[in-house]
Design a protein around this ligand. Sequence first.
Ligand SMILES: [Mn+2]
Length: 264
Amino acid sequence: MIYVIGHNNPDADTIISSKLLADILGYEYAIIEGNDIEKSDINLIKDCMDYAPVIIKKDDISNHKYFLVDHNDVKQSVNDEKLVIGCIDHHPKIGYDKAIIGEYCATALFIYQLYKDKYNFNEQQKKQIFMAVLSDSKFGRSSRYQEQDKLLIEKLGFTITDDYFFKYFLETELSLYSFKNNGYKYYDKYDLRSTYIERLGIEGIVNYQEFVRKQNNFLGIWVDALNNKTYVFLNYKNNFITEEYPFLASRGTTIINDFVKKLN
Ligand SMILES: [Mn+2]
């Protein structure tokens, strides 16, 4: 079988992109067993689709082929490039070299751009794309959200307003579990682990900073969605660096790009 698959710890964009592309190409969308929806996106998903992926057992992964969406590094899913037949994504290319990368705030929106003249998206699919955009753009507040995204969303028939933020924004619980796992991603190329915390304010930020300080090769991001600020804590090769952005900085583009620049 061929499955469309997003990254581990799936968020709304990864789930919706895999479901959409599966609809378009006539495949099914799948996840690897043990992957739960990112907590902050559960309500977004519930309000726009019946989530029912094919669940692949770990020892069955190599019996199938995969089309990757919303990531291009196989370490974030099937772990074997030989199983991959294609990839559509919006992150910097650090893995599968035939990946098609679009500079859009959500992979689902890029899929819409690629197929809107060849495929008839129904109303539910359009809503799903919008929900993916809400999630990946932090309700339009992220540095990832640009003019061309806005134009495409208008074409879809939607406008982002603060109402969505108040309806769906969920503060990350402050716990060691969240510090270790919330939004977890592993960047194989840099041997870098990363999580993020999304809050209204900075109460408790010191605990997260101290947590990151004790990790090796770890990128911790604290998003203050109330004051539109982002705090970055990076412990890399025994150097501890802090950084502040006066806006909601996207990990997938802004922060990782700045990190790579620092390396060079
Ligand atoms: Mn995405």
